[in-house]
Design a protein around this ligand. Structure first.
Ligand code: ZN
Length: 217
């Protein structure tokens, strides 16, 4: 049986000010020790990022900056509008969506799921497993305000973007939060880092949902 050693999965670097090498570790991330802490550097076909996982002063080393880059275009407006419309059609339970990119364009679908007002559980059908590397964002709804719950921290252990849409029974959507997850380590990002410039998130998510979606369709 072939064994994989830790050095093959994750690579380790010390930042000296010189350009860091491209992430080549098998899992797609490296740790970098810098003057302002220990950073995680990651890259997959959709994005690359550098963010601190331990903030501390390390004497003698230069500081490293936090960065997030989407390597593919931002998610177009219609994808979010379609998802909001679908979720809004049933406000009695949580919904789970996956926003994917096939190399040329975005599309979205829903894994097989069962949800209550407080929880959504899902599984990926076998015939969709090959599609899994196309997932850019796992997005689900929460009753009330958008936030990442302790259940989400338990569930969201892949390497992709994660988002939560806050949804109230009466008024529809009120908020959105996004983060990058790298096998259980997280970097908070702004929704506008991911959704297209044309998406007025404030109107779509925070505002009078019905009017906004109706006029956008
Ligand atoms: Zn959740």
């Amino acid at each position: 049986m072939q064994t994989i050693s830790i050095p093959d999965l994750v690579h380790y670097h010390v930042y000296t000010g010189a350009a860091l090498p491209r992430v080549t570790a098998l899992l797609g991330y490296d740790y970098v020790m810098a003057g302002n802490g220990v950073f995680l550097r990651c890259e997959n076909k959709h994005l690359k990022a550098t963010f601190p996982v331990a903030v501390t002063a390390i004497a003698g080393l230069p500081d490293l900056s936090t960065e997030f880059t989407l390597k593919i275009p931002e998610v177009p407006n219609h994808i979010l509008v379609e998802i909001l419309t679908d979720a809004n059609s049933d406000r009695t339970r949580e919904h789970m969506y996956q926003i994917k990119h096939n190399g040329s364009e975005y599309y979205w679908d829903q894994p097989r799921q069962g949800g209550t007002l407080a929880r959504v559980e899902y599984s990926i059908d076998e015939d969709k497993l090959s599609d899994d590397t196309n997932v850019v964002i796992d997005l689900h709804t929460h009753p009330g305000k958008a936030y990442f719950s302790s259940i989400d921290n338990h569930d969201e252990l892949g390497f992709r973007l994660y988002g939560v849409l806050g949804q109230t029974k009466k008024a529809g959507f009120n908020s959105i939060v996004m983060r990058l997850g790298v096998y259980g380590q997280y970097m908070c990002i702004q929704p506008t880092d991911v959704f297209s410039e044309g998406t007025n998130l404030k109107e779509v998510v925070y505002g009078a949902y019905t009017e906004t979606v109706k006029s956008a369709l």
